[in-house]
Design a protein around this ligand. Structure first.
Ligand code: ZN
Length: 202
């Protein structure tokens, strides 16, 4: 790790919940996969704007590739870079999938199941932030690769090991929210939902 100093803020995100931190421009935001194999749905919001937030669609459009990489930023729906990826001990993430939600779990036979969509909305309420639209996540540590040139993709177990992390430099003042993905009905999170750490450093 390049940054050994104490965190300015630290949120321990328990399994199947969400949490957020405020980060100022040039501060570092780190998401750590504490037990391994746990996907984190990453969202970021520009304070004072109701519709400028992190966009995986605009990110892959700007990157010219389907997957994020170190040294390249994640973009907003206004086509501005918000978060620069500085360090990444995993290298396998997803820009294609929407957040899990009530409809998905009901279709899978699980009513009243926690979801990343609900956890995002609850965390936005905690911060009293009101937005327009339905943001899609950057799915940290998620292993859902395109496996065939015809476009087929697969759900695979996350390859993140205990203590693996990804660290960003904030390129704007941001509210960063992470949901520890609630999916326990597929291999996505290794079959069991665990916790994540969300931290801000100078
Ligand atoms: Zn989820």
């Amino acid at each position: 790790m390049s940054n050994q100093s104490a965190a300015l803020s630290q949120v321990h995100i328990m399994p199947q919940t969400g949490g957020g931190v405020r980060a100022l421009r040039a501060q570092r935001v780190r998401v750590t996969c504490l037990q391994g194999k746990q996907v984190g749905d990453l969202f970021a919001f520009v304070p004072g704007s109701r519709d400028e937030y992190l966009s995986p669609g605009y990110t892959l459009r700007s990157l010219g590739r389907l997957y994020p990489e170190v040294g390249k930023p994640l973009y907003s729906a206004h086509r501005r870079p918000l978060l620069m990826i500085e360090e990444d001990t995993v290298g396998v993430h997803d820009l294609l999938m929407p957040a899990c939600d009530n409809n998905l779990y009901e279709q899978m036979g699980a009513k009243n199941h926690p979801s990343c969509r609900d956890n995002l909305n609850a965390t936005l309420q905690d911060f009293e932030v009101d937005i327009e639209g339905n943001p899609d996540p950057v799915n940290l540590f998620q292993n859902t690769p395109v496996v065939n040139l015809d476009g087929r993709w697969e759900i695979r177990e996350s390859v993140a090991k205990p203590g693996d992390y990804i660290q960003f430099k904030a390129l704007e003042d941001l509210l960063v929210i992470v949901a520890a993905c609630s999916m326990d009905l597929s291999d996505l999170n290794g079959g069991a939902c665990t916790d994540l750490m969300l931290e801000v450093f100078e």
